[in-house]
Design a protein around this ligand. Structure first.
Ligand SMILES: Nc1ncnc2c1ncn2[C@@H]1O[C@H](COP(=O)(O)OP(=O)(O)O)[C@@H](O)[C@H]1O
Ligand SMILES: [Mg+2]
Length: 269
């Protein structure tokens, strides 16, 4: 559903993306994990046609983000890091407005807004001004505006940032329910977010993808060795040990938790 190949991005002389490649399958929730400054938002802005990369390619549902941005925008819902919500509008008015901007046809707006409010559990606060809402509810409004044109793909940039633990749990639950027929990329710098919400993870650091794996908390060590070295080094290590005349009972890849791997990949020690 999403194909990203060799994306690079310079901001002036600053090399923010250094060749980012990954893909997302239809219906998958992909975690895009990396520390602050890794290049997550930059990648997402390229995917949402906000600006072009310096080089590389990206496709959404088969459409090139630079050659066919209108086709791509139709299919994408985007929750930016800071959603520009109009605080003096009610939830419903704001979503009507968002639907209009996204090209939802006049007579379909009412149904589209009702559906987005239902999915994001906002129906009960539809008449409230956004200024009256808690941060957790505002984030739901942000999600609802991303959903209002019923996109196939959702791009969520750090959707739980700044929320309290209870709100975080609610938003995660909501995101999991939104997936299924939609394809989701969710960026985060928080590890447990990935294990709890996503099926697969792409770890990005300093403008590069450093690992791609399942998001389960164990059993990823073997693949990580391959990701770092580009090969399975067990075959090379085994003869060295045997040549020394040592008995080799078992050679097992180290089981690392997602946290171990993340820390290892994003720190220099
Ligand atoms: N508009 C910009 N101009 C210059 N540098 C930028 C700009 N936007 C981001 N950067 C830099 O690019 C790097 C990647 O940023 P970003 O994609 O926002 O990372 P993340 O979302 O992973 O925190 C950071 O070092 C950031 O300071
Ligand atoms: Mg960011």
């Amino acid at each position: 559903m999403i194909e990203v190949e060799g994306l690079t991005k310079y901001y002036g002389n600053y090399h923010a993306l250094k060749g980012v490649t990954f893909s997302v399958r239809k219906g998958e929730i992909l975690g895009f994990l990396g520390p602050n400054g890794a290049g997550k938002t930059t990648t997402m802005r390229i995917l949402t046609c906000f600006f072009p990369p310096t080089s590389g390619k990206a496709k959404v549902a088969g459409f090139d983000v630079f050659e066919e941005p209108l086709e791509v925008r139709k299919r994408i819902g985007y929750l930016p890091e800071n959603v520009p919500l109009y605080k003096d509008m009610t939830v419903e008015d704001y979503l009507n407005f968002a639907a209009g901007i996204k090209g939802v046809e006049g007579k379909k707006v009412k149904v589209a807004v009702a559906k987005a409010m239902d999915e994001c559990v906002l129906t009960d606060v539809s008449y409230k001004f956004i200024s009256e809402l808690s941060k957790g509810y505002r984030q739901r409004v942000g999600l609802a505006q991303a959903l209002v044109n019923d996109p196939e793909v959702l791009i969520l940039d750090e959707p739980t940032i700044g929320l309290d633990p209870k709100q975080i749990i609610e938003i995660r639950k909501l995101i999991k329910n939104l997936a299924g027929r939609r394809t989701v990329i969710l960026s985060t710098h928080i590890l447990p977010e990935v294990s709890m919400t996503c099926q697969r993870v792409v770890i990005i650091n300093d403008g590069r993808v450093v690992a791609v794996d399942t998001a389960s908390a164990s059993g990823v060590g073997e693949y990580i060795v391959e990701a770092i070295k580009g090969r399975d080094i067990r075959k090379e290590i085994a003869p060295c040990i045997v040549n020394k005349g040592w008995a080799l009972l078992e050679l097992k890849p180290q089981e690392m938790s997602l946290e171990d791997i993340f820390v290892k990949l994003v720190t220099k020690e």
